[in-house]
Design a protein around this ligand. Sequence first.
Ligand SMILES: NC(=O)C1=CN([C@@H]2O[C@H](COP(=O)(O)OP(=O)(O)OC[C@H]3O[C@@H](n4cnc5c(N)ncnc54)[C@H](OP(=O)(O)O)[C@@H]3O)[C@@H](O)[C@H]2O)C=CC1
Ligand SMILES: Cc1cn([C@H]2C[C@H](O)[C@@H](COP(=O)(O)OP(=O)(O)O[C@H]3O[C@@H](C)C(=O)[C@@H](O)[C@H]3O)O2)c(=O)[nH]c1=O
Ligand SMILES: [Mg+2]
Length: 281
Amino acid sequence: MILVFGKTGQVASELALLAPEARFLGRDTADLSDPAACAAQILALKPDAVINAAAYTAVDKAEEEEALATVINADAPAAMARACAERKVPFLHLSTDYVFDGSGDQPWRPDDPVAPINAYGRSKLAGEQAVAASGANYAILRTSWVFSAHGGNFVKTMLRLAATRDQLSVVADQIGSPTPARAIAAALLSIAAQMQAGTRSRGIYHFSGQPAVNWADFARAIFAKANLTTRVVDIATSAYPTPATRPLNSQLHCNDLTNDFSIQPPDWQSGLEKVIEDLTR
Ligand SMILES: NC(=O)C1=CN([C@@H]2O[C@H](COP(=O)(O)OP(=O)(O)OC[C@H]3O[C@@H](n4cnc5c(N)ncnc54)[C@H](OP(=O)(O)O)[C@@H]3O)[C@@H](O)[C@H]2O)C=CC1
Ligand SMILES: Cc1cn([C@H]2C[C@H](O)[C@@H](COP(=O)(O)OP(=O)(O)O[C@H]3O[C@@H](C)C(=O)[C@@H](O)[C@H]3O)O2)c(=O)[nH]c1=O
Ligand SMILES: [Mg+2]
């Protein structure tokens, strides 16, 4: 049995569609602000593998709640990973492009230097480091710009704003890769199966949609696929002030996952088409 932390989030919802036989723990049964309770669930339920799909993902709010974000994004996965080490079962975890500072213009490789520039990124990096130190057989997928028909994300924000506006200003100097939550769920299940069958994970992997794009062009693609005439005006990050600073270059180099687990990075445009179909049906 695969145990999943998270039930309502984007990736958890897609895992539930692809693997309804897995066991899903929502906030009611496993609150990540209580790391020991999460570990206790693993010891009690004795799963064959654990996937952590729950996290504190409110990037701007994390600036004023960094302590809570750190408990949820670092202490809880650390406790889960230690329980997995004790049970000798694989632990799969998700992290983010926001562990990088966004410098340069090349895709980041898994062992490139990390240097988060916001509280959410720091909390996720602390989680990576704690999981790596846990002694568990673990795989961490760093992904980026996740979208789906469920939960909150940029695609749904754009469609909501387009309902009342015929023009939107969107930052055009942050480059990254939109990633369909469904593809992340499928990748996690494939990695879990391969690790259960004995494939060793080398730790941190990158997994994001191709090709890279900036947020303004992503917004244009969303409106085009949704048959909306909403205009997108390119703006600089400096013209869209937010509490948390975002990295300018978020591209992820995804080859290791293909080499080790035969998993290809997804094409975000076909994923976007499916999500818009789901949302407009
Ligand atoms: N969203 C993105 O763009 C990206 C996400 N990631 C990472 O991918 C993973 C999955 O993200 P995604 O599916 O988008 O996340 P969502 O924001 O869609 O969902 C987060 C989930 O975590 C749950 N959660 C939050 N706080 C707690 C808590 N204290 N106890 C229990 N559950 C809690 C939420 O439950 P509830 O509904 O009850 O609040 C929700 O199910 C995370 O690790 C995230 O850091 C990485 C890169 C990009
Ligand atoms: C709504 C809006 C946003 N923006 C900008 C702000 C920001 O730079 C960018 C995207 O906005 P969001 O709030 O969706 O971005 P954000 O919440 O920072 O998204 C991040 O979430 C976390 C969880 C991750 O791990 C990252 O990979 C990334 O997906 O678009 C505009 O320029 N115009 C707008 O009208
Ligand atoms: Mg957000």
